[in-house]
Ligand binder design. Sequence first.
Ligand code: MLT
Length: 267
Amino acid sequence: MRMKLNDIGIEYEVYGPRTGLPIVFIHGFPFNQTMWKQQVEALKGEYYVITYDVRGHGKSDIGDGHYTIELFVDDFIKLLDYLKVQSAVIVGLSMGGYIALRSFERHPERFRALILCDTRSEVDNNDGKIKRANQIKAIKSNGMKDFIESFVPAVLFEKTLKSNERLVNSVREMIEETSPLAAAGTLLALAARTDTTHSLFNINIPTLILVGKYDSITPPSTAHAMKSKIPDAELHVIPEAGHLSNLENPQEFNKHLLAFLKKLSPR
Ligand code: MLT
């Protein structure tokens, strides 16, 4: 489904009973809402599940290609308003986690619970910023081709790369479908994001942290550091998974997701 948001069209999908507890999924970079397929299947019988394509990703419009995390948060809150969702369980993976954490700082009242997957609260250090600059340069001169070759091995666990060709291909396809203009614009937004670490202490809602055991981009040590700052947060390390834990080990990921949701009261 499509919604005119601010200056552009945003693609979104809703599943399950409208009377169910709303769960909103925010995908990582440079992916799209289809990455949540297996979570949607597991939840749609009972919950009101919402997925969407962040501006510049999937089937949402690219706009002018100039992005900030603030703009992604504006879009996200407008989507909740449009769908008349007062508060929801908000799930964000990696970039989706950055958007969720900044949304929590700006609009804590929209959160019923928070699920942070393979993400962090800190900003990029200098090496990280320089890496983004080099990725932007490569994308501008060569499109997504070289970026894919270095990014795919970085986000997936070695065993996934060797033994799950179908998943590797679908991850490659999601990246290939992302326009170079949008990818470069998002990399700049990621490099310019604000640090949300100080706000972790204020998270007073049920929080679940999930991280792939072999996540090299936002490793388990980063997840443990977040857990130590969020009062009463629950953390699970997902075995046999890298940075895309929901795709690489959906059984284990969904097991923790469902158990966490079961503990929440309906509204
Ligand atoms: C993501 O998966 O969203 C990205 O890896 C985030 C990042 O590069 O910081």
